[in-house]
Structure formats: structure tokens, C-alpha cells
Design a protein around this ligand. Structure first.
Ligand code: UDP
Length: 479
């Protein structure tokens, strides 16, 4: 092999950004390139030690921002004030990271779009910058379309995405705060050499790749599904935080269940539902009679929670009456989704969760909450037909805000039944979901689309490195 590339990855400090970008970093390392992840000490703990990843850490400014030691990412905080502190802390890391990168420049830097200042840094060093935000390309296209063709200022309720390849109806208008936060970040992202996407072309569809390249005159590289880089059960179980339930216990429980009989329920790492909403979910589970694994954020189910506090979100006697497992904290999600006993996934539509379910052939019940989730939902339900919608209409600004409208137990139960009963619709959705799982595995294998994209991207970065200076400007415009 010729001279390996020297690559720096700078993931954002949140599990949903960090886990997939580090898995993508492993893909480059597995081809023999020198990969360094730049992060802070606590975040370094959750990065896989396998696959030859180097980790360079900078002290997290805990005292300056007023966070306890060890709380260094969005996944470890449970309220909006502390989430702002994490955000502020990342801005304080800028100077340290810049000095390091300038002193030991790489051939390419791959950074989260929440670090827009990496644009200036990469330009200064005349190195290409690739950008990652953990969204599907379909979602980036939808957001860009709304930037180009804004809705009227007084718009509310559902709307059709303007000038789009499909007529996609979004159930709720994005809050102004959410759009005004994300839009400028996307604008800077579009100045990069290209987007890295944790998905595969067959899922986003050629029509959206073309739409993106034509409308945004920018390149996107589909390299996923990132989670498929983990092959063994142990590697899958080690993904992210330490599980609160052992993988052996989960597998033993799942092994005792019939195929496709269990609903897996999780709302990702930063959605905190009010007690009343959790109570509705519990009541729907109970009414449906399905077996389940339900992941409930730790603050809801602390070991020292009193029985009275617990009854605010879990009907009295629920655990004795129902056949399921409540996981309080972190579950080994990729292992669970990969088990044949799982028949459906009730998800908040975080893109990682969706692409992990797709890789496992598990159809979804979609319940978006904020950010990219309302668009992700539509790719899965309206475009690809591998999920059914709960019908959420309230789009909250950020993950830590309480919603005003609850989703009632009847809607939840009814939607669960649509996928879990063996109706013709359910059988067809399952068949399609399994088809996409095959395509996902094929995409990352030798000769598959994501595998080939990785080869092309590596060749392109090498070309930029070897012709540094003269060709840099020409190649950073659209190929
Ligand atoms: N995850 C997990 N166990 C949990 C909760 C989350 O393994 O109990 C992982 C999940 O597999 C996914 C990531 O954390 O890779 C969450 O990312 P996603 O985009 O789905 O949602 P977010 O948390 O960013 O809203």
C-alpha cells in the first residue's frame, strides 16, 4: 500500500453523533490509514479500542462551565440548562483543537457540523474538510429545500416539502428556533469537500442523491450503515455507553421468545418524556399484551426511586402483570435489534436507531420528537414503506423541552397492532424491511455501494494530498 492517509475525526459530544462517526473512522482505519479521534477523556472511554483508532484528548472545561467532573456529553445531562453548558464547553475546546491540528496537520479533517469553525481551520491549512451530522441525505435535502423555498412566516400544522422528488407531507411545521439553529450550520457544511452519510445509497435513493448534487452542487458520500462495522456480539454490545442490563441477560430473555413477538421501545439518548407520557406508553403496552423491551432513561427509574414516584409513570403492579423487560438506562440496542424475537421497534426516529433497525430488517413504529426526526420518519414510512406512524403532530424545539400534547394510549396501541398483527399490511411491511436489510449488508460488503464509495473517497483524498496546492481549489468544487 502507498503512504497511508493521516486523518483526524472530531465527533460532537453526544452519543448519537459520536458512535456512528467513530464507527465510520474505524472503516478508514481498517483500510490501513492513520486515524485519530479528537475528544475529551470521558468521551474517549466509549470509543472502541479495536480497529487501530488513536485517540487524542483535551481536558473538558468542567469547572469553567459549571458541570460535575465526568459529565462531558449531551447523553449525560438531563435538562436544557446543562445541555447549553455542554454546548458552551465545546466552544471552549476550539482553541486547543485548533492549535493541535495546526501543529500536526492531517491530510483531511472529518468534523461534526456542530463545529463550523473547522471550515476556517481546514482552509487555512489547505486540507479538505468532510462534514458529518448524523442525518440521512433525504433529511438534509428536505432541510435545504425549506431553506431555498421557505414556508410563510405564519405557517403552522402540516405542509408538503416544496419542489421535492416525492410529495412528502410533514405532520408539523418546524419550530423557528430549531430551523434558525440548524440552517446556518448546514450552510457552512455545504462549503466543505463533502458530507459523510451514515446510510447507503439504496436507502436514500438515487433520486435524492441526484437532487442533492444538482440542487446543492455538493457531494455526499454514503459510507454506512456504520453499525455493521461491528461483527461479533461483543463488539455490538460494546457500542456506546456501558449497558445497564447485561447482554447475556437480554439474549437469554429474547431466546425464550417466539420469532417477531417482542416490541423494542426506545427513544434514544436525549428524549425525556414527562411522566404522564410514559404512563400512556405503559398503558398501551399493557392493553396490547405484547412482550416488550422498553428502555427508560435513568432519571425515570433510579434504583432509589420511591414506589410513589414510580407510580407517576408506571401503573401500579405493571411489572408483575406484564411480560417484558424495562431497561433503566442504556440497552445493547444493536444486539437487541439483531435478535429474531424482535418484531417491531417503537422509535423516536433518531437516524442511528432507524438505520440500525433497517440493517436488522426490523420494521418501525415512528414517533418523532424534534430536529431531523420528522423528516427521517417520512423516508421510512411514506417513501420506503417500512414503518407505520403514530401520528405525532407536535415538534418540540430541543430534546429537553416538555411537549404539550400527549400521545394517547389508544393511538399507541393501535399503531403497535398494525405492525405486530399478521395483517396483509404488516406482512408486506416486514417483507420490505427484510429486503432493505439485505441491501444494507450488501452495501458494506466487497463490491457494495458504500464499500465502493469508501474506496473512491480514499482515492480522492490521496489525490488532494499528493497534488496539494495546485489542484486543491479545483477539486473542492463539485465533481
Ligand atoms: N443507544 C444504545 N442504547 C440505548 C440508547 C441508545 O445503544 O439504550 C444507541 C443507539 O443504538 C444509537 C444511539 O445510541 O446508535 C442513539 O442515536 P439516535 O440517532 O438513534 O438518537 P439520539 O440519541 O441521537 O436522539
Amino acid at each position: 500500500m502507498d503512504k497511508p492517509l493521516k486523518l483526524y475525526f472530531i465527533p460532537y459530544l453526544a452519543a448519537g453523533h459520536m458512535i456512528p462517526l467513530c464507527d465510520i473512522a474505524s472503516l478508514f482505519a481498517s483500510r490501513g490509514h492513520l486515524v485519530t479521534i479528537i475528544t475529551t477523556p470521558s468521551n474517549a472511554q466509549i470509543i472502541s479500542k479495536s480497529n487501530n483508532l488513536n485517540v487524542h484528548t483535551f481536558q473538558f472545561p468542567s469547572q469553567q462551565v459549571g458541570l460535575p467532573d465526568g459529565v462531558e456529553n449531551l447523553t449525560s445531562v438531563t435538562d436544557i440548562d446543562n445541555s447549553y453548558k455542554i454546548f458552551f464547553a465545546t466552544t471552549l475546546l476550539r482553541e486547543h483543537i485548533e492549535n493541535f491540528v495546526e501543529q500536526y496537520p492531517p491530510d483531511c479533517v472529518i468534523a461534526d457540523f456542530l463545529f463550523p469553525w473547522v471550515d476556517e481551520l481546514a482552509n487555512k491549512l489547505h486540507i479538505p474538510r468532510l462534514v458529518f451530522n448524523g442525518f440521512s441525505l433525504f433529511t438534509i435535502c428536505a432541510m435545504e429545500s425549506l431553506k431555498l423555498h421557505p414556508l410563510p412566516e405564519d405557517a403552522s400544522g402540516s405542509f408538503v416539502i416544496p419542489h421535492f422528488p416525492h410529495d412528502i407531507v410533514i405532520n408539523s411545521t418546524p419550530p423557528v428556533g430549531s430551523k434558525s439553529f440548524i440552517d446556518p450550520l448546514l450552510t457552512v457544511a455545504l462549503k466543505s469537500h463533502g458530507f459523510i452519510i451514515n446510510s447507503f445509497v439504496e436507502l436514500d435513493g438515487e433520486e435524492y442523491v441526484e437532487y442533492y448534487e444538482k440542487t446543492m452542487t455538493h457531494k455526499a458520500w454514503h459510507l454506512g450503515p456504520a453499525s455493521l462495522v461491528r461483527r461479533t456480539t461483543q463488539e455490538k454490545a460494546d457500542r456506546g455507553e456501558k449497558s445497564t442490563v447485561s447482554v447475556e441477560k437480554c439474549l437469554a430473555w429474547l431466546n425464550s421468545k417466539r420469532d417477531k413477538s417482542v416490541i423494542y421501545i426506545s427513544f434514544g439518548t436525549i428524549c425525556y418524556f414527562p411522566d404522564k407520557q410514559l404512563y400512556e406508553i405503559a398503558s398501551a403496552i399493557e392493553a396490547s399484551g405484547y412482550e416488550f423491551i422498553w428502555v427508560v432513561p435513568e432519571k425515570r427509574g433510579k434504583e432509589n426511586e420511591s414506589e410513589v414516584e414510580k407510580e407517576n409513570w408506571l401503573p401500579k403492579g405493571f411489572e408483575e402483570r406484564n411480560k417484558g423487560m424495562i431497561v433503566r438506562g442504556w440497552a445493547p440496542q444493536v444486539v437487541i435489534l439483531g435478535h429474531s424475537a424482535v418484531g417491531a421497534f417503537l422509535t423516536h426516529c433518531g437516524w442511528n436507531s432507524m438505520v440500525e433497525a433497517i440493517s436488522a430488517g426490523v420494521p418501525m413504529i415512528t414517533w418523532p420528537v424534534h430536529s431531523d426526526q420528522f423528516y427521517n420518519e417520512k423516508l421510512i414510512t411514506q417513501v420506503r414503506g417500512i414503518g407505520v406512524e403514530i401520528g405525532v403532530e407536535e415538534w418540540i424545539t430541543t430534546a429537553f423541552r416538555d411537549m404539550e400534547k400527549l400521545v394517547g394510549r389508544d393511538s399507541i396501541e393501535k399503531t403497535m397492532r398494525r405492525l405486530m398483527d399478521d395483517s396483509d399490511e404488516a406482512v408486506e411491511i416486514r417483507r420490505k424491511a427484510q429486503g432493505f436489510a439485505k441491501l444494507a449488508r450488501h452495501a458494506v460488503g466487497e463490491g457494495g455501494s458504500s464499500h465502493q464509495n469508501l474506496t473512491n473517497l480514499i482515492d480522492e483524498i490521496k489525490l488532494l494530498r499528493d497534488n496539494k496546492g495546485s489542484k486543491f481549489c479545483a477539486l473542492t468544487s463539485l465533481r
